[in-house]
Design a protein around this ligand. Structure first.
Ligand SMILES: O=P(O)(O)OC[C@H]1O[C@H](OP(=O)(O)OP(=O)(O)O)[C@H](O)[C@@H]1O
Ligand code: HPA
Ligand SMILES: [Mg+2]
Length: 169
């Protein structure tokens, strides 16, 4: 990967499938029993696409069978654009969001969650990772990373050869 592709983020945080599985499970356990008193979580809504993998793991852990999606696009590579809603879940299911768990892989600037929060103010918003700017937008998260870190998810990576630390002859 070229340097220009990594900029302006100074650090890279590379997450394996195993790590996202463990962190998503930790998020599920933290959310367990935190739904409304009269019946718990009614449904999980994943913010596509990044929220889909954690949402599946959380739905499995918490035995929630109703899973829907909201499609939001805000980044092209590492460049942020205007967040757009491309597809929304069933309005009858959602109401004002009461009893709905909305899951994303991470919150960065908070723009994506801000947009979704406006639509479902009573929902509970949870992400696996969070950067400081976006933290006020999320109710529950597992791991915080600095704002100048770019998180690389396993679905965006592949195993490849790396040079030995001491180089080769
Ligand atoms: O807090 P924000 O600054 O809004 O950024 C966070 C959002 O950006 C990424 O999604 P992206 O729009 O890149 O789409 P994707 O999930 O399809 O990769 C990520 O999955 C979050 O949804
Ligand atoms: O750090 C990040 N990693 C992957 N996708 C993202 N979308 C916003 N911030 C990030
Ligand atoms: Mg996303």
């Amino acid at each position: 990967m070229s340097e220009t592709h990594r900029l302006p983020h100074e650090k890279g945080f590379h997450i394996s499938w195993d790590q996202i599985h463990r962190d998503s499970r930790a998020l599920a356990w933290r959310l367990d029993g935190r739904g409304p008193d009269d019946g718990g979580w009614r449904a999980i809504v994943a913010i596509t696409r990044g929220g889909m993998a954690p949402a599946m793991i959380i739905a499995r852990e918490l035995d929630i069978r109703t899973v829907d999606t909201i499609s939001v696009k805000s980044y092209s590579h590492q460049d942020q654009g205007v967040a757009q809603i491309l597809n929304r879940p069933d309005p009858e299911l959602m109401g004002d969001g009461t009893g709905i768990l909305i899951i994303d892989d991470l919150v960065d600037s908070g723009k994506t969650l801000e947009l979704v929060r406006e639509m479902y103010p009573q929902a509970h918003f949870a992400t696996v990772y969070a950067k400081p700017k976006g933290e006020p937008m999320v109710d529950t998260f597992i791991t915080g990373v600095s704002q100048d870190t770019w998180i690389f998810f396993p679905w965006d990576m592949a195993l490849q050869y790396v040079e030995p630390y001491r180089g080769t002859d």
